[in-house]
Write a protein that binds this ligand. Structure first.
Ligand code: DQA
Length: 184
């Protein structure tokens, strides 16, 4: 499943106009098809979320907290408005979608990407290659602190390409990462 959140009325209207167009995954959604290089979005921050993060709120709340991804998207939209930014929050359980969206963020000329790649953080050379292939700076985000958890979470391929990292603050990790992105 892909989850897309829109951050402003303007973008909502744009998405409505694009209804029925195909995403890179081939699924119909509210999201417009990528317009490679069509415009620069200097204030746009992509917030990309990987596998199982659609279940936030009910997924191991003792580790990840009780906020849903929708709650986090709301917090980010509020903070983005204060910072003069726009956020594009997405979630997919599929590695290739995350790769496509990193490419899209680059083609869109986004200011930054906040990436919580979930378990792909610890396995995905494809995500590392994508991060290294694009100009947009990527900030790694985690609700928990993987370094204090099981040893298999101690390797971060995402971290090998990211310009920074925010972890262990629960939902606030995303907000702090957005504040970092604002300063880039
Ligand atoms: C996570 C940490 C990862 O190790 C884990 O696989 C997740 C969530 C976090 O936000 O704490 O899915 O990225």
């Amino acid at each position: 499943m892909i989850v897309l959140f829109r951050s402003s009325i303007a973008r909502l209207l744009a998405a409505a106009c694009e209804l029925g167009r195909n995403t890179p995954s081939g699924k119909l959604s509210r999201d417009p098809a990528p317009r490679y290089g069509a415009r620069m979005s200097a204030n746009l921050v992509y917030v990309l979320n990987g596998p199982n993060l659609n279940l936030l709120g009910m997924r191991e709340p003792e580790i990840y907290g009780s906020d849903t991804l929708d709650d986090i998207a709301g917090m980010l939209e509020d903070r983005a408005q204060e910072l003069g930014l726009e956020v594009e929050v997405r979630q997919s359980n599929h590695e290739g979608h995350l790769v496509d969206w990193l490419h899209e963020a680059n083609a869109e000329g986004a200011k930054a990407v906040l990436l919580n790649a979930g378990a792909y953080t610890h396995t995905s050379i494809a995500l590392l290659d994508a991060i290294k292939s694009i100009k947009v700076p990527v900030i790694e985000v985690h609700l928990s602190d993987p370094m204090t958890r099981e040893p298999f979470r101690h390797v971060s391929y995402v971290g090998m390409g990211a310009v920074g990292e925010v972890k262990g603050l629960g939902a606030q990790s995303y907000v702090v990462a957005l504040e970092k992105a604002a300063k880039l």
